[in-house]
Design a protein around this ligand. Structure first.
Ligand code: AMP
Length: 386
């Protein structure tokens, strides 16, 4: 096992090709991490309950068990030199319990902060970075008090503290009438956030080796039904907004002593100011464009960071648009392959194309991402999202 004290670069000891990287979670993010790790010569193990999951198809071995199966996590640890994860709801205590068996360069503090909205917002604000105004809510009475004028008030967004994603576990409150839909007796720990009237949503990725950090370009994200639909790279923002977003990303990375890739979701306001919405301690859907459009992609940067390899500054080689392929778009996109030689089709190898399930994505390079997004729209494949 590589010892963290034998650091040869940054804060993470350098892993050599042939070493084994264990990934907790076997979806598309793990698959794309594994593909990056593979070309660098690493071997890959994955823990996932679904046999032949997207990551297992490109890995050396799979431990087929639930993510919270401690014996299975221990087995993955024993068979790996370094452990990482592709989603944030991993049992941090279970990882701590095996930290003497395997290196976990990202540590578990990053997980604990990002899997709990109260910890996350507190961490962000303590680093001098703005979020929407928010209050921790542990009871229905807390909620009623936080909705008073002069407090958070209306409109606002109530979000469960843990476990929410893609808009699940959240409800917008426009007026007192919306309180009727809330079950006062069964109230999970939550936060109430002021509703942000943003100009658009954006994100920035930052990657590190535990001591040195690099950022990717800021991109604009368009969601449909709370699921990312399109990413436009780069976002059309002023140099000052870009500077602020880059600066906050580097500050957060330093706060975490980040190893690997962290995604930061942003709200860009009409005056160009920026609020942080949430963090993801891993590569992110809005960063898939980096595979073709940047000099180093978010998965390469993640693997280099956890492997203690130095990170080059990412350069945007071409503007790009990335569009998600959900279950209902699979047929249409497969039929489109023959007509679009310049579209980069990615498919995650999932067995079943369920409605709204992320099955793949398409990245197109070109000087005008907005025009490319219109071209994508004009195919009719994504008409259900209009
Ligand atoms: P989240 O799960 O926090 O990423 O929220 C999912 C989506 O809900 C975001 O991408 C926004 O489109 C929207 N949203 C979340 N929080 C707010 C807010 N405070 N104000 C306005 N829209 C929000």
């Amino acid at each position: 096992m590589p010892s963290l004290s034998e650091s040869t670069h940054g804060a993470v000891s350098q892993l050599m090709p042939g070493s084994v990287i264990g990934i907790v979670g076997g979806g598309q993010l793990g698959r794309m991490m594994a593909l990056s790790a593979k070309y660098m010569g690493f071997r890959i193990g994955v823990l996932d309950p679904t046999p032949d999951c997207p990551t297992a198809q490109v890995a050396d071995f799979q431990v087929t068990a639930d993510y919270d199966d401690r014996e299975a996590i221990a087995e993955l640890a024993r068979r790996s030199d370094v452990l990482t994860y592709e989603f944030e709801n991993v049992d941090a205590d279970a990882l701590d319990a095996i930290s003497d068996v395997v290196a976990i360069p990202q540590g578990t503090d990053l997980l604990r902060v990002t899997q709990d909205r109260i910890h996350e917002k507190t961490f962000i604000n303590e680093h001098g970075i703005d979020t929407a105004p928010w209050r921790a809510i542990s009871s229905y009475e807390d909620l009623v008090a936080a909705l008073e004028p002069g407090e958070i008030g209306y409109p606002s967004v109530l979000k469960t503290d843990t476990g929410g994603y893609d808009g699940h576990g959240q409800v917008v409150l426009h007026s007192a009438a919306d309180l009727d839909a809330i079950d006062a007796a069964d109230f999970p720990p939550s936060i109430l956030e002021g509703f942000v009237d943003f100009a658009f949503e954006a994100s920035i990725l930052v990657s590190g080796d535990g001591a040195n950090y690099v950022t990717f370009p800021i991109v604009q994200n368009i969601h449909k039904n709370n699921i990312l639909h399109v990413t436009l790279a780069p976002a059309l923002i002023s140099t000052e907004t870009a500077r602020v977003a880059t600066d906050l990303a580097l500050r957060l990375a330093d706060g975490f002593k980040l190893a690997g890739t962290l995604a930061i979701e942003l709200f860009v306001l009409r005056d160009g100011s920026v609020l942080v919405n949430e963090l993801a301690p891993r590569p992110h859907n809005s960063g898939h464009y980096t595979i073709e459009a940047c000099s180093i992609d978010q998965f390469d940067a993640h693997i280099r960071g956890i492997a203690g390899w130095p990170l080059p500054a990412p350069v945007l080689l071409s503007p790009a648009v990335m569009v998600n392929v959900l279950g209902q778009h699979v047929k249409g996109t497969r039929a489109a392959i023959a007509a679009h030689p310049s579209w980069n089709f990615h498919d995650y190898g999932k067995a079943e194309a369920k409605h709204n399930r992320k099955m793949g994505h398409i990245t197109i390079l070109g000087p005008d991402p907005v025009a490319l997004a219109r071209e994508v729209d004009s195919t009719g494949i994504w008409d259900d999202l209009k």
